[in-house]
Ligand binder design. Structure first.
Ligand code: ZN
Ligand code: ZN
Ligand code: ZN
Length: 113
């Protein structure tokens, strides 16, 4: 468990503690994390960022997804919200593709008769 020193009495207290057990000085969780960029989902240091929205993230909270661009595609690292949005659009794309394919086939079968 990470320890910080109480700003009032200097005693080592847990970062999770609500107040210093010795002098009762309130511990402000989050304040000690102000230095340096942090992950959008947890308190870990941000080492990378979402390639879609640019949200700062740790390695754990980014998921790689294969996205197709104009020519071919590439793997991108995305935050959870961008990842789920991309997944929804993929599924929507498949459904639309299946419907279009169905109507095209119906059209050709209609022409053959
Ligand atoms: Zn104290
Ligand atoms: Zn994280
Ligand atoms: Zn994102």
């Amino acid at each position: 468990m990470p320890l910080i020193s109480c700003p009032e009495c200097g005693r080592q207290i847990s970062t999770q503690a609500e107040a210093c057990p010795q002098c009762g000085h309130p511990n402000q969780p989050g304040k000690q994390f102000s230095a340096g960029p942090r992950c959008y989902a947890c308190s870990a240091a941000a080492t990378t960022r979402c390639q879609s929205c640019g949200k700062l993230s740790c390695a754990v909270h980014l998921q790689s997804i294969y996205v197709s661009h104009g020519h071919g595609g590439a793997y991108e690292l995305r935050c959870e919200s961008c990842h789920s949005t991309a997944m929804v659009w993929k599924v929507v794309g498949w459904i639309v593709g299946a419907i279009v394919l169905f109507f095209v086939l119906m059209f050709f079968f209609g022409m053959m008769q």
